[in-house]
Design a protein. Structure first.
Length: 154
């Protein structure tokens, strides 16, 4: 066994507490995705095994939404499409969780109607989509950056 293979007890516990993430893209020049970026300090300081499934899903959804928004132009905003039915598309205006196992999305549908999607973490299966910003808005709404700021405050 090489010296570099020897780990302290603290390193072993840290390795067990840190989440694993990996991604491979066909384009080697593809923008970095959420799996390739470090976790925000406030997210990383609480071990994954001490979080409820809803809290952990919520935190990672924020990272995915923020990363998706970083790649949008000024004419588009993030929305989700539910992959399990004909629910349509929801422009994301809020995201929450209710521990231990519920994640909620708040927003409006393509017709402008108030919409809320409530999902159990075991059924969580969403598709992020780019929708044109509302014509009445000068700037696109960037919910991912507000959500990420909230992670930093916890």
């Amino acid at each position: 066994m090489a010296t570099s293979d020897i780990k302290t007890t603290a390193e072993l516990f840290e390795g067990d507490a840190l989440p694993l993430a990996h991604v491979v893209h066909s384009d080697p020049k593809a923008p970095k995705t959420a799996e390739q970026k470090p976790l925000p300090a406030n997210v990383a300081k609480k071990p994954v095994d001490s979080k409820s499934p809803a809290e952990w899903a919520y935190e990672r959804l924020i990272l995915f939404i923020q990363n998706f928004e970083e790649q949008l132009d000024e004419e588009h905003e993030v929305a989700i499409g539910s992959t399990g039915g004909d629910a349509g598309v929801l422009r994301i205006e809020g995201l929450g969780y209710f521990a231990p196992d519920i994640v909620t999305f708040y927003g409006t549908d393509e017709g402008g109607l108030r919409t809320q999607l409530i999902q159990h973490v075991s059924q969580l299966n969403v598709m992020l989509r780019a929708l044109p910003k509302a014509p009445t808005q000068a700037e696109p709404t960037r919910i991912g950056f507000r959500l990420a700021a909230d992670l930093d405050e916890e």
